[in-house]
Write a protein that binds this ligand. Sequence first.
Ligand code: COA
Length: 271
Amino acid sequence: MPDLSNEKSHADGKILQHTAGGVGVITFNNPDKRNAMSLEMWEGFGEALTDLRDDDAVRVVILRGAGGKAFVSGADISQFEKTRHNAAASEEYGKRSAAQRALLADYPKPTIACIEGFCLGGGMQVAMLADIRLAAHGSQFGIPAAKLGIAYGYDGLKHLVSLVGPSWARLLMYTGMRIDATEALRIGLVERVFPVDQLWGETMGIAQTISENAPLAIKAAKLTIAQVLKDESGRDMDAIKAVGTACMDSADFREGRQAFMEKRKPKFQGR
Ligand code: COA
C-alpha cells in the first residue's frame, strides 16, 4: 500500500493526492458510486494535477481509482438532470470538465492510468488522455454514450481512434458494449495487464523507473510523440529542435555518459 503521510484532499475528499519519492499519485475516491465524476471532482482533479505539475520533486503522475471496483465509471449521471439536460447546459458542463481534461492533455510530465475494475465513459476519456494505461485482469472498458443518448465529442473519439483504429472505435461506440482487459490489451487500448494483486507494484515499478530517468530526455520524447500525432501543418518542428538541443547540452547528458563509463547508476537533475 502507498505511504499516505503527505496526502492532500480535494472535492471533499473525493479526489486525493499524495507523493512517494518522485512519483505523484491522484486517486478518484468515490467508491460508493464507482468513482463516477461529479463536476466538483473534475475541478478537484484539476487542482491535484496543477499541484503535482508545480511540484519540482514529482517526475511522473499515476491516476487510480479507490475501492478496487472501478477506475472511473464515467460522469456522475445523477447530476445530468440539473447540469446536462440540454445542449446549452451540456455545453457549459462540457466547458467546466474540459478545462480539467485540457490540463491532463497538455501535462508536461508523464502520466500513467492504473486501472482496476470499471473504466467507462468519461473514465475512458481520462485513461486515454494518460500517456500509458496499465490494467488489472478482470477490468472492464466501455463507452456507453449510445445507451444514454450522449455524443462523446471530438477529443475523446480522436484518442479512441488513434489507440484502437476506426473500426473498433465504431464497434465500441455503436454498441456501447464493454470489453475485458484481455481484449483491451489485444486491440491496443491498454499497454499491459497484470493480476490484480500485482497491478499497484508493477505500476509503481514503472513510475519509479521513469522518475529515475533523465527528465529532459523524457520531456523530449513526450513532446515529440505529441507532435508526431498532430497533422503535419500543425506540427511545431522548432519546439522539437529546441528540446533536443536542451537535452544534448544538458548536465544530465554529461552525467549519463559519465555514469555509463564509470559503471554506476546515473543521478539526473533535469538540467
Ligand atoms: N453516475 C452516477 N452513479 C453511478 C455511476 C455513474 N456513472 N456509476 C455507478 N453509479 C452508482 C450506482 O447508481 C449505484 O448507486 P446506488 O448504490 O445508490 O444504487 C452505485 O454507484 C453502485 O453501482 P451498481 O450499478 O450497483 O454497481 P455494479 O458494480 O453492479 O455496476 C457499473 C457498476 C459502473 C457497471 C454500473 O453502475 C454502471 O453501468 N454505471 C453507469 C456507467 C455509465 O453509463 N457511465 C457513463 C456515464 S457518461
